[in-house]
Structure formats: structure tokens, C-alpha cells
Design a binder for this molecule. Structure first.
Ligand code: SF4
Length: 231
């Protein structure tokens, strides 16, 4: 299936969805502090990109603000940095591409900039993988790896786009479309990760969860025969 561009959803939504479906719903369906979170991320991202990009290499061409899209996944977004690495003569040029005005063969290499530390979960990985999948679809290149630059420590983490990560990313994109179609923010479920959630104060997972339990209890009680008889 191919998506129409009117139905594309933001690549950035994948990281929130991967972290917590409710977090995604609050940000993307209910606009809870979306501006603040996304703006803060963007500001940081540019600062880190500028910081790291002072170093230049002859065999790397840097494209900033590249617009990415994937009709297959129905996603679009802007990659802050895509590096194009020149493939050495002696290496296989399979899946490498040419660039206008430059000789040689090149391989795209997405780099995602994040404030904070590397995370143990896959949220950041799926986002950079989605960028790679878009680039593959757009250019016909094979992209085996990319990187995430974390502000703490100021260091790159290499991300290999193996089959498992690719499949996780495409499934998440499908889930994103399904939940967007449903258009309802998933319910809160208090978990350990809530403690590091950027919108904890807006979600109030413990309170939301107990009020939802109470609501369910009341509605199931109202379905009991004695309530119906009273009507
Ligand atoms: S506080 Fe917990 S349940 Fe609420 S959005 Fe954050 S991670 Fe999800």
C-alpha cells in the first residue's frame, strides 16, 4: 500500500509512540505542550548540530534540513543532518548513489541530534531508522547505518539498521496510522518509565489510571441487573 501525501504523519511522532502511546496521544492528538516539547527539541538539536559540525571532512558532504518522505510508510519530516559518505574505490559500490556535481559514489548517513543521554529503549533508534528508510525509498541507496549524537556525553552512538529495527520501525508506522485513525488518546498506565516522562504533570498517570478504574467500575456496576431493574 502507498499513502497519499495528505495522509503522511510526522516521523518525529514515532519516538513518542514508541516511548508511550499515551504520550503520543497527548502530544499529537491533544496538543498538550507539544509546542514546548518540540520547540525545545528543535532548538537543542540545532545547537548540537552546529557544535559538532565545525569539523569538516573531504569525504563527507553534509545536507541540513533535508525534507524526507515515504509513501510506503506514510511518513514525512525534516532531517536535521544527513551526511553523504564517499564510498572508497576499493569498497563495493552496491547501493551507493551519485551526487550532482560530484564525482564518486556516496552513501547517505542520517544523524539525529538529541539532548540528554542515550536511552535504553528504542525510541530514538526507530526515529533515525525511519529517516534511513525514507532516504532509501527516495534515493534507491542502501543505508546500513546512521548515528545519534547525544548531548550528554557529547558523543555519537552508531545505529545499525538491521532487519529487526527496520521491522520494528515499519510496524510502529502502521500502528501510528491506526491510532491516528481512531483519534483517541490511549489511557494511562503507570509504569517505571513514567518517572522520566516529559509530560508527567499533564498526564498524571496514577490519578488518570485510578479515575479510569473508578469509571469502569461504575459503568460495570450500572450494567448489573439490580440497577437496570431500578429504572
Ligand atoms: S506519564 Fe506515563 S502514561 Fe503518562 S504519558 Fe508519560 S509515560 Fe505515558
Amino acid at each position: 500500500m502507498m499513502y497519499h501525501e495528505d495522509d503522511y504523519l510526522p516521523i518525529a511522532a514515532l519516538q513518542h509512540l514508541s516511548f508511550c502511546e499515551r504520550q503520543w496521544g497527548l502530544i499529537y492528538l491533544e496538543n498538550v505542550w507539544a509546542d514546548n516539547i518540540l520547540t525545545a527539541d528543535g532548538k537543542n538539536l540545532h545547537e548540537h548540530a552546529d557544535e559538532e559540525m565545525t569539523e569538516s571532512r573531504v569525504d563527507v558532504v553534509i545536507a541540513r534540513g533535508l525534507r524526507l518522505s515515504s509513501p510506503k510508510m506514510g511518513l514525512s519530516g525534516i532531517a536535521d543532518v544527513v551526511e553523504f559518505h564517499e564510498v572508497p574505490e576499493e569498497e563495493s559500490h552496491d547501493g551507493a548513489i551519485t551526487l550532482d556535481g560530484l564525482s564518486g559514489k556516496w552513501r547517505p548517513y542520517p544523524v539525529e541530534y538529541k539532548r540528554g543521554k542515550p536511552k535504553l529503549d528504542h525510541c530514538d533508534l526507530v526515529q533515525v531508522c525511519a529517516q534511513a528508510l525514507c532516504l532509501e525509498e527516495m534515493t534507491g541507496a542502501d543505508i546500513p547505518e546512521g548515528a545519534i549524537y547525544y548531548g550528554k556525553p557529547k558523543k555519537r552512538t552508531i545505529v545499525r539498521f538491521d532487519d529487526k529495527l527496520r521491522s520494528e520501525t515499519t510496524h510502529l508506522a502502521e500502528r501510528l496510522h491506526r491510532l491516528t485513525k481512531i483519534g483517541r488518546t490511549p489511557l494511562a498506565k503507570y509504569e517505571k518509565k513514567c518517572r522520566s516522562c516529559s509530560i508527567y504533570d499533564y498526564c498524571l498517570p496514577k490519578a488518570t489510571y485510578s479515575s479510569e478504574k473508578a469509571r469502569r467500575y461504575i459503568s460495570s456496576a450500572l450494567k448489573e441487573p439490580h440497577y437496570r431493574e431500578d429504572k
